[in-house]
Write a protein that binds this ligand. Structure first.
Ligand code: NDP
Length: 319
């Protein structure tokens, strides 16, 4: 019998990459679409007849329980979230209900209906806030500084508590930023690559961005789902940082993206204070040596290759 996996947030960036991988491995995949499936849900059309789609809302206990009961999963991957830090400032209540209490609902449903399932929780390096140590690893103090990060920190601790108290095989992947052509346009990387393609194609002339000096550790989402899957194949559950270990500024991202199509970012990028966050986390750099050592994981796609991949995809889409 094929192994059954339940993926929440299946139509999002990570959900789509993981679906591709699990189907290729012969899993029977059950995917949760959110309560108001947006444009992302169309992506699932390519898998028609190859997976089971369930509608459930992480803010609604009955639907979460039904999703777990229907799928009877051996593995659960929780990607569902309001995943934008910026948006968490304008809608902190909803962010908390999905990203924090939603994880409590899911763990309770798993405890009731699939206690032997292995569970992955998408934790975030945003939990480290403006960390005093760099790079950040599994022992770095958690000091979240946004509603998004605070909700993710709650879920992180909850997973650890359920693991300890109820013996759940539940692991946290503390992930640094990971991008791809499937990244939502709300995120700066995709906003840049979409802007580069529009400017190159003559569809717009300037790109307005916030803090160009923000530094991030960016990796490729396709590589990160490899680490995620490996976590659930281990005998015991644990927490792992997943990161590229390399740091680049938003300015460097712009430089590489614009020069990929023969443009100079300085002629097109306008810094607009409206896009600055109320409180920004300026430096993030991950140390994934535990994931490398225990899981045997390492990222394959480097920074320039990732930026070029995203620009090319947007050029193709818009061209
Ligand atoms: P996306 O925003 O692409 O996907 C999130 C998915 O969550 C969406 O497809 C959405 O479904 C679903 N969702 C939203 N609200 C609900 C709800 N109330 N009930 C059920 N589903 C809901 O995120 P990513 O794929 O980029 O990220 C995956 C996970 O990893 C997220 O939890 C994110 O916070 C976390 N993470 C991501 C990082 C990154 O750099 N990408 C870094 C660290 C952590 P629908 O489309 O149907 O509305």
């Amino acid at each position: 019998m094929p192994k059954r996996a339940l993926i929440t947030g299946i139509a999002g960036q990570d959900g789509t990459y993981l679906t591709e991988m699990l189907l290729a491995k012969g899993y029977e995949v059950f995917g949760v679409l959110g309560p108001c499936p947006g444009a992302f849900a169309d992506r699932m059309g390519q898998y028609e007849g190859r997976l089971h789609l369930i509608e459930a809302d992480l803010t609604d206990m009955a639907s979460v329980l039904a999703a777990v009961e229907t799928s009877a999963p051996a593995e659960v991957y929780n990607f569902a979230a309001q995943s934008s830090v910026g948006q968490s400032w304008s809608d902190a209540l909803t962010t908390t209900d999905i990203n924090a209490v939603g994880v409590l609902r899911l763990l309770e449903a798993i405890r009731a209906a699939a206690p032997h399932a292995r569970v992955f929780q998408a934790s975030s390096a945003e939990m480290f806030g403006n960390a005093e140590e760099s790079p950040q690893c599994e022992t770095t103090p958690i000091r979240p500084e946004s509603p998004y990060a605070i909700a993710k920190a709650y879920a992180f601790h909850l997973v650890a508590a359920y693991r300890k108290s109820y013996g759940l095989h539940a692991s946290n992947g503390v992930m640094f930023n990971h991008e791809s052509p499937l990244r939502s346009l709300d995120f700066v990387t995709r906003k840049i690559t979409d802007g580069v393609a529009r400017i190159k194609l003559g569809l717009m002339s300037e790109l307005r961005l916030g803090n160009l000096d923000s530094r991030r550790d960016w990796g490729f989402a396709g590589d990160y789902v490899d680490a995620i899957w490996l976590m659930l194949q281990q005998d015991g559950p644990d927490d792992y940082v997943v990161a590229s270990g390399e740091v680049h500024t938003v300015r460097e991202f712009c430089e590489v993206a614009f020069s990929h199509v023969g443009l100079d970012y300085r002629e097109h990028v306008v810094v607009d204070p409206a896009f600055f966050r109320p409180l920004d986390v300026n430096i993030q750099q991950g140390d994934a040596s535990k994931a490398r050592r225990v899981l045997g994981w390492s990222p394959k796609v480097g920074f320039s290759e990732l930026v070029a991949m995203m620009v090319d995809a947007d050029m193709e889409r818009l061209g």
